[in-house]
Design a protein around this ligand. Structure first.
Ligand code: F6R
Length: 239
């Protein structure tokens, strides 16, 4: 696992966007795994700007998102507003789990199939939960799990409550499984702010265990972590 130290959220956003943009530019075909939440917002802002400046085509790009709330389109809307609307990507090249599907089990299987049909994920962007979750794989999730429905923990519900001013916050979500995420060729994890410091310390200095799902990334051969000062504040070498 590589750790790239940045000073703050702005530098993190810029570097993440530069990295993802360079992959988009240099690939003939690429499948990007994408995250929502607060952390990647700046990355999407920069990527949208670069795409306009360089008139970047997205005809060779497919995106697959990590998760969506059950009974909601919240993350569909987030992706549309913060990224897809700005880059001119064709709708049928963007994929998210369908949280309003009637048959959720069938939807999970369909989503796994979508990823297989695309040939797998080339680069997966991840955030990290305060409790160490990746995607919505909460503590205790099996490391071999595939796309599934989860009951969100109180920690995750309260961290994300602020985004639900117009609709009741769902307590369940569909998420790519840890096994699904681990099959990505490459992973870029973004961590910003002191609230992520404990999870980051476990990731780098703890033992691999399902109580802190992100620790599984120690198993993956190609992970880069971009972390700002706040997120690194509990790492031993920093103090
Ligand atoms: C979002 C996701 C989550 C978030 C994590 C951090 O698609 O899968 O794992 O990355 O909850 O969220 P923020 O960035 O809001 O702190």
């Amino acid at each position: 696992m590589r750790l790239i130290k940045v000073s703050d959220e702005e530098e993190l956003s810029r570097l993440a966007a530069e990295y993802v943009f360079s992959k988009i530019k240099s690939s003939e075909k690429i499948v990007l795994g994408l995250a929502t939440g607060r952390t990647p917002l700046g990355m999407y802002r920069h990527l949208s700007k670069y795409s306009k400046e360089y008139k970047q085509s997205y005809s060779h790009v497919h995106t697959v998102n990590l998760d969506e709330y059950v009974g909601s389109r919240a993350y569909h809307d987030y992706m549309q507003q913060n990224f897809f609307d700005h880059i001119g990507i064709h709708k049928n090249q963007t994929h998210l789990p369908d949280g309003i599907a009637v048959d959720l089990e069938k939807e999970c299987k369909r989503y796994e199939e979508v990823i297989i049909q695309l040939g797998g994920i080339d680069l997966q962007v991840l955030g990290i939960g305060q409790n160490g979750h990746i995607g919505f794989n909460e503590p205790g999730t099996d490391f071999s799990s595939r796309t599934h429905v989860v009951e969100l923990t109180e920690s995750t519900l309260s961290a994300n409550a602020k985004y639900f001013t117009h609709e009741k916050q769902p307590r369940r979500a569909i998420t790519m499984g840890i096994g699904t995420i681990l099959e990505s060729n490459e992973i870029l994890l973004l961590a910003s702010g002191e609230k992520k410091a404990r999870a980051l310390r476990e990731l780098f200095q703890g033992t691999m265990n399902s109580d802190i799902p992100a620790t599984v990334l120690n198993h993956h051969p190609n992970v880069t972590v971009l972390a700002d000062e706040g997120a690194r504040s509990l790492l031993e070498e920093e103090s």
